[in-house]
Design a protein. Structure first.
Length: 176
C-alpha cells in the first residue's frame, strides 16, 4: 500500500496547512476527511480567500440576505460570514489541537490588509477575535517587518498571539 505523501511529511515533523476556506468544505465533511486521511494540521484564511468563496458559491446567500435585510454594511457582513466559517473550522480542528497539546490545530485569520501600517488597528483587530473564538486559540498573523513588529510584540506580551505564528508576507510585499 502506497504511503500518503502528506502523511509522510507529518512523520518528518512538518505540519500541513490548507490556505483555503469555504463553508461547503466544512459542512460536507471534506475538511474532516483532509484531517483524518491527509494529516491536515491547520488552515489559513484571509479576505481574498473569503471573497472567492462567497462569490463562487451559494453557500452564503441566505445568511448574506438576512444580514442585508438587517441593514448591515459590507464590512459587518464580511466579518459575520468569515467569523462563522473560521469558528466552524476551528471546531473541526479542535481534536488536532488537543491531541498535539496546542502545537497544531489552528485556524489563521489574516489581519485586514488595510491595517498594514496601523499598529493600534492591528492590535484592536486581533483582540476582537475574543468575541467569536472562545474555546480554542486563533492565530492572527502579522508580518515581521516595520510597524507590525510592535503589534506582534505587544500581542505576544499580552498572550494574544500563540507560540507559533504563520507569517503572511503577501500583505506587506504585495505577493499573491
Amino acid at each position: 500500500m502506497k504511503i500518503n505523501p502528506l502523511r509522510q511529511l507529518g512523520t518528518l515533523g512538518q505540519s500541513i496547512w490548507l490556505d483555503y476556506i469555504r463553508r461547503d468544505l466544512i459542512v460536507s465533511g471534506e475538511l474532516q476527511r483532509l484531517i483524518e486521511e491527509d494529516g491536515l494540521r491547520g488552515m489559513t484564511s484571509n479576505p481574498a480567500i473569503f471573497e472567492k468563496a462567497i462569490v463562487e458559491s451559494h453557500d452564503y446567500d441566505a445568511e448574506m440576505q438576512a444580514l442585508i435585510l438587517e441593514g448591515k454594511n459590507a464590512q459587518t457582513i464580511y466579518e459575520a460570514l468569515s467569523q462563522h466559517d473560521v469558528q466552524s473550522a476551528a471546531d473541526v480542528f479542535r481534536p488536532v489541537y488537543e491531541s498535539t497539546g496546542g502545537i497544531d490545530g489552528y485556524v489563521s485569520l489574516e489581519v485586514n490588509p488595510h491595517l498594514a501600517h496601523n499598529t493600534s488597528g492591528t492590535i484592536i483587530h486581533s483582540a476582537a477575535g475574543d468575541g467569536f473564538v472562545l474555546d480554542q486559540p486563533l492565530q492572527f498573523p502579522d508580518p515581521p517587518v516595520g510597524k507590525f513588529v510592535t503589534a506582534f510584540d505587544l500581542m505576544t506580551a499580552c498572550r494574544r498571539a500563540p507560540d507559533k505564528v504563520f507569517w503572511e508576507f503577501q500583505t506587506v510585499f504585495g505577493f499573491g
